[in-house]
Design a protein around this ligand. Structure first.
Ligand SMILES: *Cc1c(COP(=O)(O)O)cnc(C)c1O
Length: 376
């Protein structure tokens, strides 16, 4: 048997950028400014320009980006933060760390993005109960494509709430011709190695068009510092991006646009060959997709188990994002009000992610499709 198809291939990607990467890392080793070195500012300029945001503030992880964004708005006890139940754990963890309450919202059964109609119903219910202040909407751009930002922004305006875009999986995607990074009051992304734009360790960034928010983000990522380094004007954290990681990301940026195009081509190949056999991912209208994850839907849990085992035997790895909606996680169940979230619960039983990355060969794609079709 030949080697397995790689679910992600960071070694092949590294070989493509090897010379540029080595040069940038050597430059950091030469100047030794390992924290907030010149590469950090260069990366922030480049990322802001890439997505059209006025400000980029790099931080230590996607989770810290969410935390700093919420700290900047003073999110805390008594506040309700609305977020989808079908997402990665970090989105719900941060409001709880700050003493606020995550209010779980169901997702659209086709696009898997937060459902604006259900969001409105959840906000209405929280207002009626009268115990929490609805403060923030966290729209997650799940799997590489944008949430319905027009609808989310309209709800936020009407309700006097703040929008935070959890763009950890989708940096590089666009909606209505505008890149993610400019569609919410603040946008948080992650450079975890497996994200479309990944570092060689943890990293993240915040984007905003607001001068005030950007200044707060910068202060909060360095212990709440004021205009001078040893003046502390608010409680912050140590949330900076390492210079080494900035250097890695600058190198990755030299190929990022091209990689997004290749991911799109892989997705189209999957769509074409698998579309008649399984439920392929639905596109958000008017969007481009960063294809962090290509997830198919099987008819039920048993069919998914058969598919996953059949693919494994054929050397095709798969991953389940996510086997449990967040309101069913032991850590979060106690802060859930018991509302039904049937779509999130259903998706968790039937969804399955296939390998997608810029270093899949034609032979790999063929092998994935042949194996899927043989196990329907
Ligand atoms: C990965 C991820 C995060 C957290 O990012 P880290 O850099 O790992 O802290 C947050 N939200 C979503 C939706 C993610 O996928």
């Amino acid at each position: 048997m030949t080697q397995n198809v790689p679910f992600l291939d960071l070694k092949a990607q590294q070989a493509r950028i090897a010379a540029d990467l080595r040069r940038r890392l050597d430059a950091v080793l030469a100047h030794c400014q390992f924290v907030l070195g010149p590469e950090v500012a260069e990366l922030e300029r480049e990322l802001a320009e890439f997505c059209g945001a006025k400000h980029c503030v790099s931080v230590s992880s996607g989770t810290d980006a969410l935390q700093i964004a919420m700290m900047a708005e003073g999110i805390g006890p008594g506040d309700a933060v609305f977020l989808p139940a079908f997402t990665y754990t970090a989105t719900a963890e941060v409001p709880l760390v700050l003493g606020a309450v995550p209010v779980f919202v169901d997702v659209d059964p086709r696009t898997f993005q937060i459902d604006p109609a259900h969001l409105q119903a959840r906000i209405d219910a929280v207002r009626k109960a009268g115990k929490l202040r609805p403060r923030m909407i966290v729209g997650v751009d799940l799997f590489g494509q944008p949430a319905d930002w027009a609808a989310l922004a309209a709800i936020a305006r009407r309700e006097g709430m703040i929008t935070l875009d959890d763009c950890a999986q989708s940096f590089g995607a666009a909606l209505g011709g505008r890149m993610l990074g400019v569609l919410a009051d603040a946008t948080a992304t992650s450079f975890y190695p497996s994200k479309p734009l990944g570092a060689y360790g943890d990293g993240g960034a915040l984007f905003t068009d607001s001068d005030e928010r950007a200044a707060l983000f910068r202060s909060l990522r360095t212990h709440g510092e004021g205009t001078t380094r040893y003046e502390v004007i608010r409680t912050g954290m140590n949330g900076r991006l390492d210079t080494m990681q900035a250097a890695v990301l600058l190198s990755k940026m030299t190929v990022f646009r091209e990689e997004l195009e290749i991911r799109e081509r892989v997705a189209r190949a999957y769509d074409q060959r698998l579309g008649n056999a399984v439920t392929i991912p639905a596109r958000v209208p008017g969007s481009t997709h960063a294809w962090a994850i290509y997830a198919i839907l099987l008819p039920d849990a048993a069919a998914r188990t058969r598919m996953q085992e059949g693919l494994k035997a054929a050397g095709v790895p798969t991953v389940i994002y996510y086997p449990k909606p967040l309101h069913h996680q032991p850590a979060y169940a106690k802060s859930h009000d018991g509302a039904a979230l049937p779509v999130s619960e259903d998706l968790a039983t039937r969804i399955l992610a296939l390998p997608i990355h810029p270093d899949l060969s034609e032979a790999d794609i063929d092998r994935v499709c042949t194996a899927v079709l043989a196990n329907v």
